[in-house]
Design a protein around this ligand. Structure first.
Ligand SMILES: NC(=O)c1ccc[n+]([C@@H]2O[C@H](COP(=O)([O-])OP(=O)(O)OC[C@H]3O[C@@H](n4cnc5c(N)ncnc54)[C@H](O)[C@@H]3O)[C@@H](O)[C@H]2O)c1
Length: 255
């Protein structure tokens, strides 16, 4: 299969400054890889700088790690400020930081677990949007939120995940409407099952085999395939696209 990082990149990316949350792992890391290959300057937001320094990309001259826990509003504000301080402006953001379903049925789900997961998967996305939009009000820009097919499909033992991911879609649509006249485009990507550390944690080492049978294309997705959609959405090729959801799921939502 083609290495997607080598494919011709969408237009207008070179020189753009982009924040990627959850950029040290999985889908976020694949976004960072593609953005750097396209000539962007990338603020890699994450919680673990040591983990980031293990990547070869950590030595890339256009990549800069910025520590941020997106469940903390002040940390998200600092992330945006720091990124602008380092690179001089903010053109785009791809918000990937998130977590998996709790794995409990509703009648056993504690309020603490609900709060913890929604604080990351939904409230954290609100903080990211809030400060990224503030930074883009004058010049415009483009923001992508990573939701999930779980926003549309029921998930047993994952109701809080499904609710939060559906919330992300609606949050993005309202934000897109509010900011269209300011030329800030806001879109959502809804991945199906993607082979990342999160999927391995949720389904175990044999997760690809366990999940593939339920997917019409009979395989799980690769992080680069989700990154391809997210990076296209922040590029100038998508200059008239806002308030939409791009489903990247091998046909899962057709079932
Ligand atoms: N892998 C899948 O099958 C799949 C499917 C649908 C949606 N998603 C979504 O895609 C996104 C990326 O997931 P992934 O599969 O790449 O998982 P991953 O675990 O590989 O990456 C998640 C990233 O988020 C970061 N993160 C977690 N909590 C954070 C916090 N409080 N502050 C800042 N960063 C934090 C982690 O450090 C990690 O870098 C998530 O929002 C996830 O819900 C994944």
């Amino acid at each position: 299969m083609t290495d997607l990082a080598d494919v011709t990149t969408p237009v207008g990316l070179s020189g753009k400054v982009v924040i990627v949350t959850g950029g040290t792992s999985g889908i976020g890391l694949a976004c960072v890889e593609r953005l750097l290959a396209a000539g962007c300057k990338v603020s890699v937001a994450g919680r673990d700088e040591v983990k980031w320094t293990e990547h070869t990309l950590a030595r890339h001259e256009r990549a800069r790690f910025i520590s941020a826990d997106i469940t903390e509003e002040a940390a998200v504000e600092r992330l945006v400020d720091k990124s602008i301080e380092v690179f001089g402006r903010l053109d785009a953001a791809i918000n990937c930081a998130g977590t998996m379903p709790a794995g409990s049925p509703i009648h056993e789900l504690s309020a603490e677990e609900w709060d913890k997961r929604c604080a990351l998967n939904l409230r954290g996305m609100f903080f990211c949007l809030k400060y990224q939009i503030k930074a883009m009000r004058e010049q415009g820009g483009s923001i992508v939120l990573i939701s999930s097919t779980g926003a549309d499909r029921a998930i047993a033992q994952g109701a809080e995940y499904s609710a939060a991911k559906a919330g992300v879609v609606r949050l993005a649509r309202s934000a897109a409407l509010e900011n269209a006249a300011n030329n800030i485009r806001i879109n959502t990507v809804m991945p199906g099952a993607v082979m990342t550390p999160m999927l391995r944690r949720a389904w175990g080492e044999n997760s690809a085999q366990r999940v593939s049978g339920a997917i019409p294309m009979r395989r799980v997705g690769r992080p680069a395939e989700i990154a391809g959609a997210a990076v296209w959405l922040v590029s100038d090729d998508a200059s008239y696209v806002t308030g939409t959801e791009m489903v990247v799921d091998g046909g899962l939502l057709l079932t």
